[in-house]
Design a protein around this ligand. Structure first.
Ligand SMILES: [Zn+2]
Length: 460
């Protein structure tokens, strides 16, 4: 495997010399909309990073030359070739493109057709040069696409390896291919069983994600977490299972049954009509939820009756709302002022969902936070707790701040010494309906009151 770049003029030349194969058998099927094409053209001009093209280099006897199969990036290549008028794409109208002006940071708006003319026109050297010299990252894979036995490797396997593990298919790895057949088969089985749920009901994935094997890859990632019994980084652990691990039927069975149990639990906690209102329709949040729930199961914690499941579901809904509220306030990554003081953990969670969402560090942050939020609600029957986890406080606080700039103590029992003004450091989480009378430890039953009222309440 090699990594290098092609300039757009090199790409043009390769296409003209018929050295680019846009439709090899392993091409991920995907169709771009105008919006995506526009974005790509803008990114090209504005120097925004563009994901690497993944190509397979092979010698084509008929053409008597090397040919590059585009394994991933067909839509990007086609968009560029269309822009330089080498191919046609149907139903493309004229769009507006906004370019950053290098010298004064201002934006200039061009129409697509005007920009096209400028790019070929030497009079406007700057823009034309920027365009033709723009470098596109390329990952070249030149190994064989046949396995040890001469069978063509499944496209999914190639995709997962190249896309997710970043590892090339070296000969010795292909010899190991028989080891991970079981694992891939499990991935395929689970994919087929839960495709409808993840796509049609939960809407975490689209049909296009399925055909591009992204859903398949995600299933393998969840299985990897179940195998190691913890969240993992995206690359090395999956690679380990794909390359070196010798799978046994027993291991496969354990993962299969745990996977099904966790999916059923999620369905019980969050009925379909609520699921789409939560954060967990995002891949990275769902991953964290799945692994946190697995942790609970491993420690003997699970909710089994309807009431507990509903409480847990409401907690996830409230959690999602709080994250959304805080997220709206945090347009940048700035963690100054009141937020730094009170809501560091929540902030870190939000930030972890915005960038490098698959990195180990960000998975760790989401895992710890979500676990601490849920811990109070996922309990063994004999072990009901009355204490709110500490992070509940910052979520309640944020929800209040959203309503008012001057939080007040609700003074539930008419306490004469009530401090009225609520200050974060002094506020305490209280059960609205007392725990001793069957009130639940949940967001719906939680409020912030001043320390004086809290004392008053416990003496009452
Ligand atoms: Zn009070």
């Amino acid at each position: 495997m090699k990594c290098y770049t092609w300039t757009i003029s090199q790409l043009r030349d390769l296409y003209k010399l018929r050295q680019l194969e846009l439709n090899p058998p392993y091409q991920r099927r995907s169709v771009w909309k105008t919006k995506q094409r526009k974005l790509l053209v803008e990114s090209v001009f504005n120097g925004v990073p563009i994901p690497a093209l993944i190509v397979h280099k092979r010698y084509d006897k008929k053409r008597n030359k090397y040919v590059y199969d585009i394994l991933d990036g067909k839509q990007r290549v086609e968009t560029i070739l269309h822009f330089i008028e080498l191919i046609d794409i149907e139903n493309e109208g004229d769009w507006e493109i906004s370019l950053k002006n290098k010298s004064n940071q201002e934006k200039i708006i061009f129409s697509y057709s005007d920009l096209r003319k400028i790019s070929f026109n030497n009079k406007n050297n700057n823009i034309a040069e920027r365009f033709w010299k723009r470098e596109l990252p390329v990952i070249e894979y030149d190994g064989e696409i046949f396995d040890f036995y001469g069978d063509i490797l499944p496209a999914k396997e190639i995709f997962v390896r190249i896309n997710s593990t970043g590892s090339s298919l070296k000969k010795n790895e292909i010899r190991h291919a028989s080891h991970n057949v079981l694992f891939f088969k499990l991935g395929e089985e689970l994919e087929n069983r839960y495709k409808k749920l993840f796509v049609a009901s939960w809407k975490i994935f689209t049909d296009s994600d399925v055909s591009r094997f992204i859903f398949h890859e995600f299933i393998l990632e969840l299985c990897t977490a179940l195998f190691f019994e913890r969240f993992t980084d995206k690359r090395s652990k999956l690679e380990e299972l794909l390359v070196n691990h010798e799978w046994t039927i027993k291991e496969i069975q354990r993962i299969r049954s745990r996977f099904s149990l966790l999916i059923k639990w999620v369905k019980d906690i969050l009925p379909e009509q609520y699921f789409s209102k939560t954060r967990f329709k995002n891949k990275s949040d769902f991953y964290s939820l799945f692994v946190v729930l697995n942790d609970f199961v491993n420690n003997g914690y699970i909710t089994i009756n309807k009431k507990d499941n509903r409480i847990l579901g409401n907690t996830l809904l409230d959690f999602s709302k709080a994250v959304q509220l805080a997220s709206l306030e945090l347009k940048s990554y700035d963690i100054e002022g009141k937020y730094r003081k009170y809501d560091k953990e929540l902030l870190r969670y939000i930030i972890s969902t915005r960038q490098a969402t698959d990195s180990l560090n960000n998975r760790q942050i989401r895992h710890d936070y979500l676990k601490s939020i849920l811990k109070g609600f996922v309990l063994k029957k004999s072990d009901k707790k009355r204490v709110f986890s500490k992070d509940v406080k910052s979520i309640l606080w944020l929800t209040i701040l959203k309503r008012t700039k001057n939080p007040q103590c609700p003074n539930p029992l008419g306490n004469e010494k009530c401090k009225r003004d609520l200050i974060f450091t002094d506020a305490q989480v209280d059960h609205i309906h007392p725990w001793s009378k069957g009130g639940s430890t949940s967001f719906g039953n939680a409020q912030l009151i001043c320390s004086s009222c809290n004392r008053h309440k416990s003496n009452h």
